[in-house]
Write a protein that binds this ligand. Structure first.
Ligand code: GLV
Ligand code: MN
Ligand code: MN
Length: 424
């Protein structure tokens, strides 16, 4: 192999060092499963999110990086480039997790970014553009909606004041108050003053395709559109034994019919259409009482905007029909709505050719999950690198990606960043 100090195409990350950081961060908010699974619960802006942030920020300082914290809690750490006027090549992702999360979703992209920078430091490689690594606030949207909130504000897609006023799903806390409470309401203005030169995100696939096809690296072409709606169904609670079926206004029945109905819509549409009820709360939730109210969420996704709109309109028709049939009211509130995003063609090519050059099998693929990259794509050339998820599992404490695949993805990230950081 050529000397990486002279020929940076021979430069490789230290996979063991990256893995150790993944393990260390995974200990914060760790949750253990019955079969030895090791997952993570670090919901946005909780105490465990703060502890995870503190650990990563400490590593950023150890590497001598300039660290900024902005008004919505996004953290960006920058290694200087040789051209003082050049915008940074940004590597990013998130370190918040869902309540039943794994150790890789988001964390990998951030820690691989640190590993790229540590590799550059170790070999004394100067780059023309600065290289920065970012973690964005509340990517998951599990506690505060919408998802990708921090990166959305970063690119100017949501007003800072509106973001700070969002209330938590679990305890009603205000996002801005939680940010201040954990010490991450930073002084740097958000939205960011200037766009990065380029943005690259390494992420686990979170689905089964790469593993199924025996492919190591996914060159991500874009992210499908996302539509999240909260429904409040109000009927009439009454005695389960005395109320004849024809005289009921059963909010629970309507919730079940909507859940079954959106699945039928998705199956009928086929293609990439998916539909999920992820949250459903009955009230009063008692064995012998007809449910008075139900609060539930509907998640619809499609890679095609027109088809996503079609699924939304079928879903709305279904709600209206069920409301009138059962004599209940249904209130709909949009929690998140993002159109499908296509990444920069040259950046997708770069990921694909880099993976091939490093000897990895590769394929192009859209992302089914939402990512901070879809927000950054609004302001700069962006792409993502996927590595396989064992059994396709994610948002599950059993989420796992083999160390060799993690290293392969981080090497591709390093080489993509090097290529972008030398551009004029
Ligand atoms: C966010 O990560 C999502 O895809 O739900
Ligand atoms: Mn993620
Ligand atoms: Mn996630």
């Amino acid at each position: 192999m050529n000397n990486p100090r002279e020929d940076t195409s021979a430069l490789r990350v230290d996979g063991g060092r990256l893995w150790s950081r993944l393990e260390a961060l995974g200990e914060i908010g760790a949750v253990a499963g019955p079969n030895g699974e090791r997952g993570c619960a670090r919901l946005a802006l909780t105490d465990s999110d703060r502890d995870g942030r503190d650990l990563v920020v400490g590593w950023m300082h150890d590497l001598g990086l300039a660290v900024t914290i902005d008004a919505v809690g996004n953290v960006v750490a920058t290694r200087q480039g040789s051209d003082a006027t050049a915008a940074p090549v940004m590597i990013g992702s998130h370190i918040d997790t869902v309540r039943t999360g794994g150790r890789f979703d988001g964390n990998l992209g951030v820690l691989a970014g640190l590993e790229v920078i540590e590799t550059l430091e170790q070999y004394g490689i100067a780059t023309r553009h600065p290289v920065s690594v970012a973690f964005f606030t509340d990517e998951e949207g599990a506690r505060f909606q919408p998802d990708m909130l921090g990166s959305l504000v970063y690119v100017g897609g949501m007003a800072l004041e509106d973001a700070l006023d969002v209330r938590a799903t679990d305890d009603g806390a205000r996002l801005g108050d939680e940010l201040a409470r954990i010490g991450y309401a930073g002084p740097t203005p958000c939205p960011a003053a200037a766009a990065p030169h380029a943005y690259v995100e390494l992420h686990i696939e979170q689905g089964p395709v790469l593993e199924d096809e025996g492919v190591t690296v996914g060159a991500v072409t874009g992210v499908q559109g996302i539509s999240w709606t909260e429904l409040t169904i109000r009927g009439q609670s009454a005695h389960a034994g005395t109320t004849p079926m024809r005289l009921r206004h059963d909010a629970g029945y309507v919730a079940a019919a909507i859940n079954a109905g959106i699945r039928a819509i998705a199956r009928e549409m086929g293609g990439t259409q998916v539909a999920t009820v992820g949250r459903c709360e009955f009230s009063p939730n008692l064995v012998n009482v007809i449910p008075a109210t139900v609060l539930m969420t509907v998640d619809l996704r499609n890679t095609d905007e027109a088809l996503l709109q079609k699924s939304e309109s079928s879903f709305h028709t279904l709600c209206d029909r069920m409301a009138s049939e059962e004599g209940v009211t249904i209130e709909r509130r949009s929690l998140a709505r993002f159109e499908p995003v296509e990444f920069d063609p040259a950046m997708i090519d770069l990921v694909e050719t880099t993976a091939r050059r490093l000897g990895h099998s590769t394929r192009r693929m859209p992302s089914g999950a939402g990512h901070d990259a879809q927000m950054l794509a609004r302001v700069c050339p962006t792409s993502m690198i996927f590595v396989p998820s064992v059994d396709g599992l994610s948002h599950n404490i059993a989420e796992y990606t083999h160390p060799a695949d993690i290293t392969a993805g981080a090497d591709v990230l390093l080489q993509v960043v090097l290529a972008k950081a030398e551009q004029h």
